[in-house]
Ligand binder design. Structure first.
Ligand code: 6GP
Length: 812
């Protein structure tokens, strides 16, 4: 099929000349400027459009193939996407990198200049958002018909500035200069209701009419998500809130009441104004719930619209549709689909419930009780009155089922209820998500096991078959090929081709090269060159990185105690044979999470102190670059020697940075937590620095009555480190951090301190033998193929989604 048929369009060219022609024509007709006056931004925008045009062609062919085969679709609902910079990825996936490099020269720019202007859309907070981006990449790469739905926040995750005073947050107006990668689709606008009341329908027990008190419009635009090494181009569809025309008060405006005139419109548009920084702040909770419903309502209507293009009735809906809930944020989709089916499409409750349950699946991304979302019933009642009624009915029928299975077990009913009755009544979103879905999964073996044994144990007992594990994965294209071109070239040479980029298990063949001295030497020199590029420390020093969100459970404070211990040791013996280390921290803390911000500030203060110390600074350097994001991660990961994965066991659901670092040949020092366990099992215990309690020991330690002071009193070095923190030389913040460690130490930092220090000594012994270290590094890469997001998607496709690929024809 020729999609240009009837459009009068010519085929986009494949030669450098043709590419350049297209670039110049875009510069002139779409950017409205000429070669003589083109600025770098003109060149960037024009190049982006030219690359996008090529993907758009593939997108049209994909849409046509999907339409023709009327397949089963995966819809990924996620409040967050951390897509990363788009230009370099799209050049790679469209195979136009070389053409583009040539063509932009004609405009007087280099590709690197233009890549610097490519701002990443920071539409997520951390691991969950980046995972969503890796999964949509792999869905396209595996030719699975899929749409990712999300919110187009005007302001993404805050821009972070680190100084000695800690973290400062600035708004991230990521699309300030426009976003050449997105296509607006105003015709697919949806209307979303909020507030109001419900009215009974005479003669019907289950149906109701909801009369919303406010209507907001959701306007979609989409970004293209190409597959690698295949023709498929899927989309991520992002919703922006728009006020309806009626919300602008013309008469007030005419009367000079400018602020009042737009008040309602501003309130409506605030829904997609800013990415919610996290759940630990009390502020703006209602706005957060509004965002969630906004995403869900727009997306479900869009999904139904798409279903209707090829299908009639509801009999095949659950067969053609699977909706994956990325954590609980989009869980209101369950009562919303019930509302659509029962109230609007007039299905019987039982039939609607059967369809709903079969349609949804839920991924949980945490074990922290405080991260399991609950909403006050009173807030729900006000904002989404009809949904609350539906939830009550779902809950009543569910509890009846539990009662039938466990007669008289009232405590169990109380524990499992979707409505929590302790203190203020609240809706427990995780319970709703388990009750209303066909499959529930954790994101690493240990995490899935702990979900079954602890957080969701009652549910796992009731429905054991519902619970699964799908271990996370990461995109090898973004995190090796793009991030680490030198290593990619060496791997490609070693394996005799680029097939590994679509089949990451092939990395295992590198094992044969681990003993080859010249290969090892090149491996080492690549690491060094990457450190030079990063430019944050002596490239010959051991580059020790801890890059992730700041959270007490992740234990950046443990790393800090290590830094102070090294500081003391070097000061005590300045002539010692010290291994120079560059310790790199990067990451953001939630703006309202004061304890985490204290740790950031303390690290920055300690870093300055070390820098100013002539005895210690030749051996120890602590750096903390600002504004950790996908782009910065891509620079740091290839330069890392040591990967810090030191969370308290039983707290980190999986981790994905651990995978990216191992794939790039960093060796992990870590606990038996999250996916660390699976990394260690694959790369081999001898190629991993293990320390600390396991999850069961950690839980037991708490039960037995943990006393952090015991460790303080019995370990002189630990005592010295904590005393230094508390001494006042680091100000109040040192006091507070030491005080919290000695007072309660929620995450058992002191209990794991000695084990951690010993593991770091083992790190240094290995580092002193470069051949051994390099071999360990190569073997980490060789045996991390399992952690490709392509494998993760294959697992979901086979065990949860039960979807098949739909290949898209090449252009002839
Ligand atoms: C994170 C988990 O903390 C991390 O361990 C995991 O690798 C990642 O999700 C992807 O599964 N969770 C979040 O970012 C989050 O917001 C509610 O959880």
């Amino acid at each position: 099929m020729d999609l240009r048929q009837g459009t009068g369009l010519r085929k986009l060219g494949k030669t450098a000349d043709e590419f350049q022609q297209d670039l110049l024509s875009n510069l002139f007709y779409r950017r409205g400027t000429t070669v003589e006056s083109a600025s770098a931004r003109d060149a960037y925008e024009t190049l982006s459009l030219t690359v996008r045009d090529r993907l758009a062609e593939r997108r049209a062919r994909t849409a046509a193939a999907h339409y023709a085969s009327n397949p089963r679709w995966v819809y990924y609902l996620s409040a967050e996407y951390l897509l990363g910079a788009q230009l370099e990825q799209n050049l790679l996936y469209s195979g136009t990198g070389d053409l583009a490099a040539e063509a932009v020269k004609a405009l007087g720019f280099s590709l690197e200049d233009l890549e610097d202007l490519d701002v990443e859309p920071g539409l997520g907070n951390g691991g969950l958002g980046r995972l969503a981006a890796c999964l949509v990449d792999s869905l396209a790469t595996r030719d699975i018909p899929a749409v990712g739905y999300g919110i187009r926040y005007d302001l993404g995750i805050f821009r972070q500035i680190i100084t000695e005073n800690g973290q400062t947050e600035l708004p991230d107006d990521w699309a300030f200069h426009g976003n050449p990668w997105e296509f607006p689709a105003p015709d697919d606008r949806q209307a979303v209701g909020f507030y109001g009341h419900t009215e009974p329908i005479p003669g019907s027990e289950t149906r109701k009419i909801w009369v919303p008190g406010e209507i907001v419009l959701g306007e979609p635009s989409h970004m293209l998500v190409p597959g690698y090494g295949t023709e498929t181009v899927n989309i991520v569809r992002l919703w922006s809130a728009k006020a309806s025309e009626a919300s602008f008060d013309l008469s007030r405006f005419s009367a000079g009441q400018y602020a009042e005139a737009v008040q309602e419109a501003v309130r409506a548009e605030n829904i997609s104004k800013v990415l919610y920084p996290d759940d630990s702040t009390e502020l703006g909770r209602e706005l957060r719930l509004k965002q969630q419903y906004f995403l869900v309502s727009c997306s479900l209507r869009d999904i139904v619209r798409r279903f209707r293009l090829r299908n009639e009735g509801w009999d095949t809906f659950a067969e053609k549709t699977v909706i994956q809930l990325n954590d609980t944020h989009p869980t209101i989709a369950i009562p919303e689909l019930m509302r659509l089916l029962v109230d609007e499409y007039e299905l019987e409750w039982d039939r609607a419930w059967e369809i709903t349950r079969k349609t949804f699946a839920y991924t949980c991304h945490t074990l922290l009780p405080e991260a399991l979302e609950t909403w006050p019933v009173r807030m729900f009642e006000k904002l989404l009155p009809r949904h609350l009624e539906i939830i009550y009915l779902i809950n009543m029928l569910f509890l009846r089922e539990v009662e039938a299975r466990f007669p008289g077990d009232h405590d169990r009913l109380r524990r499992m209820s979707i409505i929590g009755e302790e203190g203020e009544r609240r809706v427990r979103m995780a319970h709703l998500a388990v009750v209303g879905t066909e499959a529930v999964n954790g994101v690493a073996e240990l995490h899935s096991k702990l979900l079954r044994e602890t957080v969701l144990d009652d549910f796992a007992e009731l429905w054991p078959a519902k619970f699964q594990n799908v271990t996370n994965g990461v995109s090898p294209r973004r995190f090796i090929k793009i991030a680490n071109p030198r290593l990619s070239d060496l791997i490609t040479e070693g394996l005799g081709g680029e097939g590994w980029l679509r089949d990451l298990d092939r990395l295992a063949e590198l094992e044969h090269l681990a003993g080859d001295a010249s290969f090892a030497e090149r491996w080492q020199s690549i690491k060094r060159a990457n450190k030079v590029d990063l430019g944050l420390g002596d490239p010959d020093s051991l580059t020790d990185v801890m890059i992730k969100r700041f959270h007490e459970y992740k234990r950046q404070q443990l790393k800090l105690l290590h830094v102070i211990t090294l500081y003391h040791r070097i000061r005590a013996n300045p002539g010692g044979d010290w291994i120079p280390r560059t310790i790199l921290f990067a990451g953001k803390a939630a703006p309202a999470y004061h304890a985490a911000k204290d740790i950031i500030r303390l690290i920055a203060t300690v870093a300055a102190r070390i820098e100013a110390d002539p005895v210690v600074s030749p051996y120890l350097k602590v750096v903390f670059p600002s504004n950790y994001n996908v782009t910065l991660a891509e620079r740091i990961i290839p330069a890392a020697d040591l990967s810090e994965q030191i969370s308290l066991a039983g707290k980190e659901a999986s981790g994905t940075g651990n995978m990216k670092l191992a794939l790039n040949g960093a060796i992990t020092i870590g606990t038996l937590d999250g996916a660390n366990i699976e990394i260690r099992a694959r790369v081999g215990a001898e190629n991993f620095f293990l320390f600390g309690m396991d999850a069961y020991q950690a839980a037991q330690t708490r039960i037995n009555g943990y006393d952090p002071r015991h460790f303080y009193e019995h370990d002189a070095e630990l005592r010295a480190a904590l005393d230094t923190l508390a001494s006042g030389i680091f100000g109040d913040v040192g006091h507070r951090v030491a005080g919290s460690l000695l007072g309660w130490d929620e995450y058992l930092t002191l209990a794991d301190y000695r084990g951690y220090i010993e593991a770091q000594e083992e790190v240094e012994r290995a580092w002193r033998e470069p051949a051994r270290w390099t071999r360990m590094s190569i073997l980490n890469t060789a045996h991390s193929g399992f952690f490709s997001a392509d494998r993760t998607v294959a697992d979901y496709a086979a065990r949860i989604w039960r979807v098949a690929p739909v290949p898209v024809q090449h252009e002839d």
